[in-house]
Every structure is written in structure tokens, then in C-alpha cells.
Ligand binder design. Structure first.
Ligand code: FAD
Length: 303
């Protein structure tokens, strides 16, 4: 059985999520990786362990065009797979519609070639789905799988398939940042609305920088304009599974917890010892974030 994985390429660089999707997909069969980008991204993709072949295509970064390209490649593959990311959630349902296939989304475990585990009810339950279709369209949660380990030098094949698209790409506006990718970071520092301002979030960013961590935020903090939209963690934001999550001034609403269930250790900093986050945290520091966080940064910098 063969698998085609859609690589995540952002601004010319391969996302760390791709290595995790390849590792998960290798449980299903031999993996080819479709890279929409340049030769450098294709070479990075070819180095991922478990990749059999890289297909390099020049497609406009739009779901319409990408799903059209995947549709033309689909006859050679049993599984068509992408990360359950913004890109995957945009492309794969369109592909499934084009192929008249019921997709299985947000997979967190693969039990067998046609049995997949996925969360439901905002992560409060897990369901096992049996997919009897001859061809499968899947999205996989990168944070639920470890990255592929080891090296590789897979061949790169350049595709010349012309892809028709009704939409036209005009421009991409991106946030430039040297902060690690939130969806795959090993340490994440999250800030809540109690941080009080966009300026206050600089303290959260500083703690993140000291730890080499990604920075996340609650929806309340994002809605208040304190943090950018793509930092939102939770049911309607990013799903993360870091080794350590530090929740700063975050109450622990169900919708936020839905995004951090995969975190291995949780440290909460909160003035309220009764906050819901305190019930699931491994360590709770009770006190004012504006006193505790600077102390934490100073201690870490002294080490
Ligand atoms: P609050 O709940 O107001 O909590 C603030 C916390 O800070 C409190 O625990 C307080 O004790 C503490 N605090 C106050 N001052 C200090 C201080 N000086 N030092 C330390 N601690 C302090 N939310 C998400 O996060 N992600 C989502 O994806 C999401 N999706 C949603 C989807 C739907 C359909 C709905 C209805 C809601 C969603 N929400 C989501 C919102 C969610 O319900 C909560 O409103 C939100 O998570 C609360 O954010 P918060 O913890 O920053 O704020």
C-alpha cells in the first residue's frame, strides 16, 4: 500500500510537522512526499527518514490548486495524507469531495490500516473509526506523533503536471518570528487575558525566549488584541502536545484545555488556587504573574 503525504512548507522552509506526519504515515505503507516549493525544501524533505520518493511541484499555495494536483496523483496511492493544520484542513476536504471519499480527520492514533482514533466532543472523548473505503483521505495531528528519526537521501522527481485553478494567488502576509513552531514545540508558555495588554505579553515572550519555548495564548487574550490570532491554543485554535506547558494567568476553561490535553507536564501560575487549571496541573505556583514570571526569568538566566 502506498501513501502520499502533503508536506507543510512555510516561506520556503519545511515545517517540523512534516517529519511527524511521515513517521505516522509509515505505519500505513511506503511514503512519497509531495512538496510544493523549491529545490531546497525538496532536499530537506528527501532527508526525512522513511520517505521513499519526493515529488516536487510548483503549485500556487491555494487549496483549490493543491487539491486539483492531489486528485491527479490519487490513482497511484491508497492513502492521501496531510497534517491536521490550516493547510490540511483547507486542502483535504476539497480533495475528498473531488474523489467522492469520506475523509477521516484529526487522527491521533493508527490502530490498523483502516482503523483510526480521533478525538470528539472537543477532546473529551476518543472514537475509533473504521474506514472500509478502498482509498483513504486522512488528516493527522502532528503533535500526537514523534518525528521520524534517522537520515535519508530519497530521490526527488519534479512534476510538470499543469494544475488549473479558478482562484488566483495575490499575496501572503505573514508574521515574521524566530519563536519555535507552536504546534510542534517541546516547551510552550501560554498567556491568558490577565496578562492585561500586548505590552504585558512581552513578559510571556521573554519567558518563552529564556526557555527556547513557543508562545501561546487563550482565546480571551487573542480577542482582547494582546496576542496574535495564530497563537491561540484550544478547541478553536492550535492543538499542542509539548513536554512542558506553562500556563500563565490562564483559568483553564474547557475550550482551552481541549488544546493542551497532550501536554506531558503542566505548570500553572495563577492567583486563584481554585482555578480549573490547578486541578490538572502538575505544579501550581500561586501568586501574581507579574511577580512570579520576572523571578522565574531571573532564576533561569542565572543558571
Ligand atoms: P479567564 O478565564 O478570565 O482567566 C483568567 C485567569 O487569570 C483566572 O484564573 C485568574 O485567576 C487569573 N489571574 C488574574 N490575574 C492574575 C495575575 N495577576 N496573576 C496570575 N493569575 C491571574 N479559549 C481558548 O483559550 N481557546 C480556544 O480555542 C477557545 N475556543 C472557544 C470556543 C467556543 C465555542 C467558546 C464559547 C469559547 C472558547 N474559548 C476558547 C474561550 C474560553 O471559554 C475561555 O473564555 C478562555 O479560555 C478564558 O481565557 P483566560 O484563561 O485567559 O481568561
Amino acid at each position: 500500500m502506498s501513501v502520499l503525504v502533503l508536506a507543510e512548507v512555510d516561506n520556503g522552509a519545511l515545517s517540523p510537522a512534516t517529519g511527524r506526519i511521515v513517521a505516522a504515515s509509515a505505519e500505513l505503507g511506503a511514503v512519497d512526499l509531495l512538496v510544493l516549493g523549491d529545490a531546497a525544501a525538496a532536499q530537506a524533505a528527501a532527508a526525512i527518514a522513511g520517505v521513499q520518493k519526493v515529488l516536487l511541484a510548483a503549485s500556487e499555495p491555494m487549496a483549490d490548486a493543491i487539491s486539483g494536483l492531489l486528485e491527479t496523483l490519487a490513482p497511484s496511492y491508497t492513502y492521501l495524507v496531510a497534517a491536521a493544520s490550516t493547510l490540511g484542513k483547507d486542502v483535504m476536504p476539497r480533495l475528498a469531495a473531488r474523489l467522492d471519499i469520506q475523509p477521516v480527520t484529526d487522527i491521533v492514533a493508527i490502530e490498523s490500516p483502516n482503523r483510526f482514533v480521533r478525538p470528539i466532543y472537543a477532546g473529551n472523548a476518543l472514537e475509533t473509526v473504521s474506514d472500509p473505503q478502498p482509498r483513504h483521505v486522512l488528516t493527522i495531528r502532528a503533535s500526537a506523533f514523534r518525528p521520524a528519526s534517522g537520515g535519508n537521501a530519497a530521490p526527488v522527481e519534479t512534476l510538470s503536471t499543469p494544475v488549473a485553478s479558478a482562484a488566483r494567488f495575490i499575496a501572503a502576509h505573514r508574521t515574521e518570528s524566530d519563536i519555535p513552531d507552536l504546534a510542534t514545540a517541546q516547551i510552550v508558555v501560554g498567556g491568558g487575558v490577565s496578562v492585561g495588554s500586548a505590552d504585558g505579553f512581552k513578559l510571556i515572550e521573554q519567558l518563552g525566549k529564556t526557555l527556547g519555548a513557543a508562545v501561546g495564548a487563550t482565546r480571551a487574550a487573542v480577542d482582547a488584541g494582546y496576542a496574535p490570532n495564530d497563537w491561540q491554543v484550544g478547541q478553536t485554535g492550535k492543538i499542542i502536545a509539548p513536554d512542558l506547558y506553562i500556563a500563565v494567568g490562564i483559568s483553564g476553561a474547557l475550550q482551552h484545555l481541549a488544546g493542551i490535553q497532550g501536554a506531558k507536564k503542566i505548570v500553572a501560575i495563577n492567583t486563584d488556587a481554585e482555578a480549573p487549571i490547578a486541578k490538572i496541573a502538575d505544579v501550581v505556583l500561586i501568586g501574581d504573574l507579574f511577580e512570579i514570571v520576572p523571578q522565574l526569568i531571573a532564576e533561569l538566566e542565572n543558571q
